[in-house]
Design a protein around this ligand. Structure first.
Ligand code: 13P
Length: 243
């Protein structure tokens, strides 16, 4: 039985003061949320300790937005797994399309981050997904398969999440049709060969499409950007109903 993971990726949003105010609205809205799902928030590094302190006695778990493969060292601007564990961080997003695009993150680096996260007991959320040009050229499956195979090499299928985030659907309002997202998630599951693997969909997830997405057989959760910045929207997503 795969327990869905509903995660909000705040990206480069939320000061500590804004995070406090968000949680004051959000936490009461998830007080009665069923425990048949994991609820996760990924604040920017600067707000992690503030959010971790506020959610300490709740079911809400914390993710980082990246993690380095070394425990310490001369890696300016990076954050290590041990630093995250000190703040009770449970998940680490790796390979998001934004660092892939803006900082040329490679599949090899993403793989090292994922392996290190697992070695420290963090659950990596490994993001994969194609651009619209790749989709138009009929290359989507090949691109995603390469990202999956190289990104997950040497990782364990336990304590692992893969997020299928088609880049053309991120922040654009263009959601991938639920049936197509489900088809790709099913392909990823067959390539990895694990029926236990948790596979999320991400890309313009909102209150209006969450129920349809979560009713799909191979979609085990969502990774939400924009709609997770509004506590009412994200609470509606967290409280999805399985149709
Ligand atoms: P949006 O939900 O804003 O499309 O962002 C998706 C995403 O990138 C989550 O990691």
């Amino acid at each position: 039985m795969r327990k869905p993971v509903i995660a909000g990726n705040w990206k480069m949003h939320m000061t500590c003061a804004e995070a406090r105010s968000y949680m004051a609205t959000f936490l009461p809205l998830i007080e009665n949320t069923s425990d048949d799902r994991h609820l996760v928030i990924a604040p920017p590094f600067t707000a992690i300790s503030t959010v971790a302190e506020i959610v300490r006695n709740t079911s809400l778990e914390i993710s980082s937005q990246n993690v380095h493969w070394e425990d310490q060292g001369a890696y300016t601007a990076e954050v290590s797994p041990t630093m995250l564990l000190e703040h009770k961080v449970r998940y680490a997003i790796v390979g998001h399309s934004e660092p892939r695009k803006y900082f040329s993150e490679s599949d090899e680096q993403i793989n090292r981050r994922a392996i290190s996260a697992q070695r420290h007991g963090l659950i990596p959320i490994v993001c994969v997904g194609e651009t619209d040009e790749q989709r138009e050229r009929g290359e989507a499956e090949r691109v995603i398969r390469r990202q999956v195979e190289q990104g997950l090499e040497g990782t364990s299928c336990e304590n692992l999440v893969v997020a299928y985030e088609p880049i053309w659907a991120i922040g654009t309002g263009k959601t991938c049709a639920a049936t197509e997202a489900n088809r790709i998630c099913g392909l990823i599951r067959s390539w990895v060969g694990s029926s236990n693997l948790i596979i999320q969909y991400g890309g313009s997830v909102k209150p209006a499409n969450i129920d349809e997405l979560m009713a799909m057989s191979d979609i085990d959760g969502v990774l939400v950007g924009g709609a997770s910045l509004d506590p009412d929207s994200f609470a509606r997503i967290a409280n999805y109903n399985i149709i």
